[in-house]
Design a binder for this molecule. Structure first.
Ligand SMILES: NC(=O)c1ccc[n+]([C@@H]2O[C@H](COP(=O)([O-])OP(=O)(O)OC[C@H]3O[C@@H](n4cnc5c(N)ncnc54)[C@H](O)[C@@H]3O)[C@@H](O)[C@H]2O)c1
Length: 270
């Protein structure tokens, strides 16, 4: 059911790779709720071609940008301003990549060159995006920026590896830039800390099946799905959440505040 929550709003969605992507589901929901969109992803991801299916459903142009490249970002924002005919209202940062995880390196033996790249793609990219928007004055007053995070920023999940540090940095950039953007233009910046979700990035975590099943058993409401997350993003882009900024918002079926559940105790007693 649609509520027209984003009627008249415009925004950029980063990170829709395929149908499982949280960004993909969010683009569909934003479209259903009346938003106009621009889709962006890294040139290498666009070569897969999947995103064109989404683009035709949500009637959005696809503009390539590697989020570690300021020239790409400037061009994306300039093209988006042209496409929308002026400034816009929201941005979804749904981007993550760990080179050390990809190369099979454990946390205690990471390669620092890979590490720099992982932090740049997964965390400082939010700063780069906000900075580009700031410099071009691309967001309207009361605009909303959401980035996706994970609870490994606060607690240890050993196989989440360097992405734990990336998410901690992402959440810190959210607070720090959020402060300045609130003062400058009443733009709000938040992270949503999502349950484990079966996507390309999610499944890259070692032992993902055990990980997601454990979270399911440890969450009184069960794991939040990608669609649930998309709904939450819509709410955060809407005018119903205007005074929320600089927050890390847990969206995890209760996982983050649960000590133990009967389901887990039952497993331990077997
Ligand atoms: N899946 C999970 O379990 C889970 C849980 C919590 C948070 N998240 C976060 O949600 C976000 C979206 O991930 P997802 O699970 O939908 O997986 P996904 O693999 O579908 O999305 C990750 C996206 O990042 C993009 N990307 C990577 N490098 C890039 C670059 N240099 N420039 C531009 N884009 C680049 C990829 O092309 C891809 O579209 C990520 O930040 C992820 O960490 C995921």
């Amino acid at each position: 059911m649609a509520y027209n929550l984003l009627k008249g709003k415009k925004g950029i969605i980063f990170g829709a790779l395929d149908e499982r992507s949280i960004a993909w589901k969010t683009a569909l929901k934003c479209h259903e709720e009346g938003a106009e969109l621009v889709l962006s992803n890294a040139p290498v991801a666009l070569r897969m071609g999947e995103i064109n299916k989404l683009a035709s459903i949500v009637k959005a142009p696809v503009i390539a940008a590697d989020v570690t490249n300021m020239d790409d970002l400037k061009k994306l924002f300039e093209d988006s301003l042209n496409h929308f005919g002026g400034s816009f209202d929201f941005i979804l940062h749904s981007i993550g990549m760990s080179l050390n995880v990809r190369k099979g390196k454990n946390y205690t033996e990471i390669d620092y060159g890979f590490n720099q790249k992982s932090l740049d793609i997964s965390a400082m990219s939010l700063h780069r995006i906000l900075r580009t928007s700031w410099d071009l004055d691309a967001l309207n007053e009361w605009g909303s920026v959401v980035a996706l995070s994970y609870i490994a920023a606060q607690r240890v999940f050993p196989d989440y590896n360097e992405m734990a540090d990336a998410k901690a940095l992402l959440e810190s950039v959210t607070r720090s830039f959020g402060y300045h953007y609130a003062l400058k233009k009443k733009v709000r910046v938040n992270t949503i800390s999502q349950s484990p979700t079966r996507t390309t990035a999610g499944s890259g975590v070692k032992g993902f099946d055990g990980f997601i099943n454990y979270a399911e058993k440890m969450s009184p409401l069960g794991n939040a799905s990608a669609e649930d997350c998309a709904n939450y993003c819509v709410l955060m882009f809407s005018d119903l959440t205007r005074m929320i900024t600089m927050q890390n918002l847990f969206h995890d079926g209760g996982f983050s505040t649960t000590g133990v559940t009967e389901a887990v105790i039952n497993e331990m007693e077997k």
